[in-house]
Each structure stands twice: as structure tokens, then as C-alpha cells.
Design a protein. Structure first.
Length: 342
């Protein structure tokens, strides 16, 4: 009787397939390495560590800022709808949008992809989204890790994590202590659900069929705000900012307001997107909607009132900021004015 030899491949891990993926990433990386200031003109993909040269960046009193995040259970919908080419944009956006809250310019990005069984075609599509996200935020994908984990993830399941590093001059850091009484809160529109609240979305989809005109909204990628926000930061037009993610508008804005001041938000002014109106119709309370979803506001900036007109010029029409509240000094931490228009 022939003895069956054990191997790593028979246990479910295919190293040769993973090497093909690394070669594919290296080829993509080489195409834009020349466009990225600070990236070494060497093949850093596939090494033990990734290199980035800071010596050419002309920033006085530089401070490094780092962020990490994922895309949550949105990846389950990507699996079910078999659409993988934009989920990588979400991954980059969730990290980069956190960086720019402090005024940091994104420099480079690293990804972590965990799968049950490596599907080269599927993973290439995910990576395409990551590269696209890096281009949109003007940073460089300089490394990452793909882990094949049979028995931990089922055959078609996967998970994503992203890591981003940026840089900002100490004098340009956006700090909530810059915020003063009388400052205005501007909302910048989202592209849709972005990457938060998908556990609730999936629960609703189990019992309700989404209208055909809204199906594309489910996997619409998160808007990356770095281009506009960094221009405003360089012009000293922003005092503080907030990325509206898990916890919703109020919770995230509170992180950008000093304890001694009051956040006043007029929910009636918020331009609610159709996808949120549909979700709301599925027996979700206003309070649950507000703390779970962005409801149409993906990013907020706190500014001096007399700079609003100048700020709006930096945005395309679809994403022009609009006023939703102001900062005051009151005995309450938050004042909610008006209700969302469903």
C-alpha cells in the first residue's frame, strides 16, 4: 500500500500560487513607482519590509500619522454579488480619510488579505481596487500580506485590513483646540453607505428585496476626500475635521470639538440620500439611523464663517460642503435641531 505523503499544498496552502500573486503586484507597483515621491526606485514588493524615503519631502517640523481599518461586513455583499473590483477602494478610503482628519498627507499604504483558499482572479480584482484607491489618494501601495488560511475561513470567504501612513507639519495639524465659539460645521456629501452599518443592511436584505434602482448603491465605494481636504489644509481654511464612520454624525463630530464647547446640529438641513430613505422605511428608528449610518454626510469640517464661500470653490458640484450646524458655549454638550427629512 502506497504511503500518502503530507504537504503544505495538500493541507490547503498553495505557495506557488501566492508567488504568482506577488509577481502580479510587483508589476502593477512598478508602473506607478516613478509617480510617487518618496518611493524607492527598487522592487520593494515581496521583501521582508517596505521602504519609503522621507528625505525628499520638504515639510518643516514633520509629524508622522498612522491609521488602520477594514471594511467590515461589506465584504460579505461583495462575495454574494461577486463584485470585487471596488472593495479595495473602500479599504484605502477608510484609512486615508482618517489620516486627513489631522491634516496629514497620505504617503503609503499596506494591505492584509486573508482568504480560505487563494483565488488568483478574485484577489487580483481586490488588489485592483486597492491600487485605484491609492491613486485617488495620491499615495503608494508599498507592501502587504496575503494569508491563505484553510479551516479558519471557508473556501470563498475573505477579510481585508489596511494600514496607512501620512505626514503633516506640526504647525498644520488639525486640532480640535483650534475650534472656537461661533465656528460653522460644514457637511461634505457621501457617495452612499460607505463602509459602516453593513451588518444591519445585510439583516434587512434577508427579509426585503431592494429596488433595482438602488442595487448599485450597495457596493458603491467610499468617497476619498484627501484631494480637497489637503488643499484646504494647506490654505489654513479648516480648524478641525471629522470622518463620519461607525457611530454616525454626532459621535464622530464630538471627537473634533473641545469639551468646553457645544455641538449644535440641524438634522433638517442634511441632504439624505435615497438608499438611506429606503433603509429607514424598513422599520428603523431615527435614532438608530443616525448612530449607524452617515445618512448622506461622509465628512465634516469646522471652519470660520467668513471662509465658507472660499472653501466651497475647492469642491465639485456633487460634493460641495453645506452648513449643518455651529459651535456654541452652552450647558449641554450637544443640541439637536430639527429632524432628518425622510
Amino acid at each position: 500500500m502506497k504511503k500518502i505523503e503530507n504537504s503544505y499544498k495538500k493541507s490547503g496552502v498553495n505557495i506557488s500560487l501566492a508567488n504568482k500573486l506577488v509577481n502580479h503586484i510587483s508589476k502593477l507597483s512598478k508602473k506607478d513607482v516613478k509617480k510617487t515621491r518618496g518611493a524607492f526606485k527598487t522592487d520593494v514588493i515581496g521583501g521582508f519590509g517596505s521602504l519609503f524615503d522621507l528625505s525628499n519631502l520638504k515639510i518643516k517640523d514633520p509629524v508622522i500619522v498612522s491609521c488602520t481599518d477594514g471594511v467590515g461586513t461589506k465584504i460579505d455583499l461583495a462575495n454574494k454579488l461577486k463584485k470585487f473590483d471596488t472593495i479595495g477602494i473602500d479599504l484605502v478610503a477608510m484609512c486615508v480619510n482618517d489620516l486627513i482628519v489631522q491634516g496629514a498627507k497620505p504617503l503609503f499604504f499596506l494591505d492584509y488579505i486573508a482568504v480560505g483558499k487563494l483565488d488568483l482572479n478574485k484577489t487580483k480584482k481586490i488588489l485592483k481596487g486597492i491600487f485605484d484607491g491609492c491613486k485617488l489618494s495620491n499615495c503608494k501601495l508599498i507592501g502587504g500580506e496575503t494569508a491563505e488560511m484553510p479551516g479558519i475561513y471557508s473556501k470563498d470567504k475573505f477579510d481585508l485590513a489596511g494600514f496607512s501612513v501620512g505626514i503633516v507639519s506640526k504647525r498644520k495639524i488639525l486640532d480640535k483646540n483650534n475650534v472656537k465659539k461661533g465656528d460653522i460645521i460644514l457637511a461634505i456629501p457621501s457617495t452612499g453607505i460607505h463602509s459602516n452599518g453593513y451588518s444591519l443592511v445585510r439583516s434587512i436584505l434577508k427579509k426585503n428585496k431592494i429596488p433595482n434602482n438602488l442595487k448599485n448603491e450597495l457596493l458603491k465605494p467610499t468617497k476619498i476626500y484627501s484631494k480637497e481636504i489637503l488643499k484646504l489644509t494647506n490654505k489654513n481654511l479648516i480648524k478641525a475635521a471629522a470622518h463620519i464612520t461607525g457611530g454616525g454624525l454626532v459621535e464622530n463630530l464630538l471627537r473634533s470639538v473641545p469639551k468646553k464647547l457645544t455641538l449644535n446640529i440641524d438634522f433638517e438641513k442634511i441632504k439624505v440620500l435615497k438608499i438611506f430613505k429606503w433603509l429607514k422605511s424598513k422599520n428603523i428608528s431615527d435614532q438608530e439611523m443616525i448612530k449607524t449610518f452617515n445618512c448622506g454626510v461622509g465628512f465634516c469640517i469646522i471652519v470660520n464663517r467668513n471662509k465658507i464661500a472660499k472653501i466651497r470653490k475647492y469642491f465639485p458640484r456633487k460634493f460641495k460642503p453645506y452648513e449643518i450646524g455651529y459651535i456654541s458655549k452652552d450647558f449641554k454638550k450637544v443640541n439637536i435641531l430639527g429632524s432628518l427629512k425622510w
